[in-house]
Design a protein around this ligand. Structure first.
Ligand SMILES: [Cu+2]
Length: 215
């Protein structure tokens, strides 16, 4: 007599209770992925969770200005300057603050560039008083206001009138072979109020530099 083949106990199709290791990271991941499934269809209203509401934007009309960092933000003078040796292109951020450029006044800083370099100056107007920028002569009296730039094309729009707060402008020009100039604000009285820094084309410079003017 043979024992009747025992009907194999049907393997209970039980949901595999995944032993989740108590890893906070994993739990978080699961919680995230499981969320949609846990919301019964049709009751989405109930399962309302704080949605990423449109940020109550820091209201300030900067429609045409993107965003301008405050001149106090820079951690180092390096952040103002970039250089592409292959094309001899100097990119310089020039931030107009309260009667200062990049926080410097009265020739307190010097931007030095290689000869014949392409200069791209990204001007940002970060002050409530209108300001502009222009490369003027490095000798003689500091002018009362802007006028003809000492290097062709080296000036912002509205040199004398000044650009309003939040405005940006790109100044693009080719540096001469050598020379010492001033970057001044062209709004009447501003350069005389020390709103200027030095701009130098050094024939020996292999790379540009920006920082406090050597004493
Ligand atoms: Cu100014």
């Amino acid at each position: 007599m043979t024992t009747p083949p025992e009907p194999a106990p049907a393997p209970a199709p039980r949901p595999v209770p995944t032993p989740v290791p108590p890893s906070p990271a994993k739990d978080a991941a699961i919680a995230t992925t499981a969320k949609p499934a846990s919301t019964p269809p049709g009751v989405a209203k109930v399962a309302e969770r704080p949605r990423p509401a449109p940020l109550p934007a820091p209201v300030r009309d900067t429609a045409h200005t993107a965003h301008v960092e405050a001149p106090a933000a820079p951690t180092s003078d390096d952040e103002y300057l970039q250089y592409d040796a292959a094309t001899n292109t100097v990119t310089f951020k020039l931030v107009a603050g309260p009667f200062a450029f990049n926080g410097y006044t009265g020739g307190g800083a010097t931007l030095t560039v290689p000869p014949r370099s392409t200069n791209i100056m990204n001007f940002e107007q970060a002050d409530g008083t209108p300001h502009s920028a222009e490369i003027g002569s490095g000798t003689g009296q500091i002018p009362n206001s802007g006028g003809e730039p000492a290097i062709p094309r080296a000036y912002t729009n509205k040199v004398v009138e000044g650009l309003i707060q939040g405005a940006k402008d790109v100044i693009r020009f080719t540096a001469p072979d050598s020379g010492t100039y001033r970057i001044i604000c062209g709004v009447p009285g501003h350069a005389l109020s020390a709103m200027w820094i030095w701009y130098k084309v050094d024939p020996a410079a292999k790379t540009p530099s920006f920082g406090p003017t050597p004493k």
